[in-house]
Design a protein around this ligand. Structure first.
Ligand code: KG4
Ligand code: ZN
Length: 354
């Protein structure tokens, strides 16, 4: 059985001119650009322009996926598409395309929640993984602790009250002036390997709160103040090379930030395990997924948590932790097999749907 999934968050994103000029010149050129390139050049995402970028590439992206797999729409069984959370303008482009494909080939369609896909892809990687399991989902926009009882049946034990850990990694990397073309989190992880993780005493967030919620805004502020106090200016060219005098200070800040950011994850995760065991005494597995779960330091620290708590640990490989279409298709399969899907959209409606 063949599945098509459209994870619209993955397509190119852009922020401001002169990018719009380049877009007008050549959609083929845009197609080659990755989100990370655009983020590093322009520093963020502007919804309207991101929508335009999605619209420009969506047909080519879907066609290329089918061509690479040597398939046509006739070979598909269903279409799964991300319906949220995310930038609604961009999600709409994906949903519109999914409806057109499903309408044209008379296929059922399944709307997928982005964070559910991050959690359920663990069951693709480890096919014997049974419910219930606890999922720690750590990405740029979300920081969730979820008790998964069954497909579509989740209890949220904790969330962030402000920022997610990925956002804290990204901002710290940017403030330090790192080269973020491969992503801020990955750049920070690399630099942190050179630093002393106890050099700066950042305060561990939310220790006085006896719940499973997270907070990263305060840690971000502490990092910013540390960067300012050491007078490290975020000029990419002047401080990203190994030879600069700031390099040691930068690495110490990166390592100290990472130690505390991850310690916060560990503490709340251990608390959530206890809580989850009260709700589901048969709990046997911890899943850690989302872009930040690609981080080797995060992986090793949570490995230790799972060993202390005698839980099996499942980490999808980094390629399936960061946003990807496979996790969306797999989640579609999980729902489809339980009969949870929408009928094919009418062909006319699919044509008109924008
Ligand atoms: O799940 P994801 O790909 O997209 C969202 O749903 O947000 O996660 C992206 C986040 C970004 O903040 C990125 O910097 C972070 O994951 N990330 C990392 C690493 N690789 C990606 N953070 C820390 N270390 C990494 N190696
Ligand atoms: Zn994600």
């Amino acid at each position: 059985r063949i599945w098509l999934s459209l994870a619209s968050r993955r397509a190119a994103m852009i922020q401001q001119p002169p990018w719009s000029e380049a877009m007008e010149k050549s959609s083929a050129k845009l197609f080659l650009l990755k989100k990370a390139d655009l983020l590093s050049r322009f520093g963020g995402v502007a919804p309207k322009m991101a929508e335009e970028a999605h619209s420009l590439v969506i047909d080519q992206v879907v066609q290329k996926a089918l061509d690479d797999a040597k398939l046509t729409g006739k070979d598909l069984s269903a279409v799964a598409v991300t319906i949220g959370p995310g930038l609604s303008l961009c999600l709409r482009v994906g949903v519109s395309k999914a409806r057109r494909v499903a309408g044209s080939y008379d296929l059922p369609i399944i709307g997928v929640h982005h964070m559910e896909a991050h959690a359920l892809v663990a069951r693709l990687v480890e096919r014997d993984l049974q419910f219930p399991f606890l999922a720690l989902l750590i990405s740029g926009g979300h920081n969730l602790l979820v008790l998964a009882h069954d497909v579509g049946h989740y209890v949220q034990l904790g969330t962030t009250i402000d920022d997610a850990i990925g956002e804290a990694y990204d901002k710290t990397a940017r403030w330090l002036g790192l080269d973020i073309s491969k992503g801020g989190g990955a750049a920070l992880e690399e630099l942190a390997r050179e630093g002393d993780s106890h050099a700066i005493k950042f305060k561990i967030p939310m220790r006085q709160h006896k719940d499973c919620n997270f907070s990263y805004a305060g840690l971000k502020t502490q990092v910013r103040l540390a960067i300012e106090s050491k007078n490290i200016c975020a000029q990419k060219d002047s401080i990203s090379s190994a030879a600069t005098p700031h390099r040691k200070s930068q690495a110490d800040i990166a390592a100290s930030f990472q130690r505390v950011a991850v310690l916060h994850l560990e503490e709340k995760c251990e608390r959530a395990i206890e809580w989850a065991r009260g709700l589901e005494p048969s709990l046997q597995c911890l899943v850690v997924s989302g872009g930040v779960a690609s981080n080797q330091y995060v992986r090793s620290r949570l490995q230790q948590v799972s060993e202390r708590k005698h839980l099996r640990l499942v980490f999808p490989p980094p390629s399936l932790c960061t946003d990807n279409g496979v996790m969306v298709a797999w989640t579609g399969i999980e729902h489809f097999l339980l009969g949870r899907y929408d009928p094919p959209p009418p062909v006319n409606e699919a044509e008109d749907y924008v």
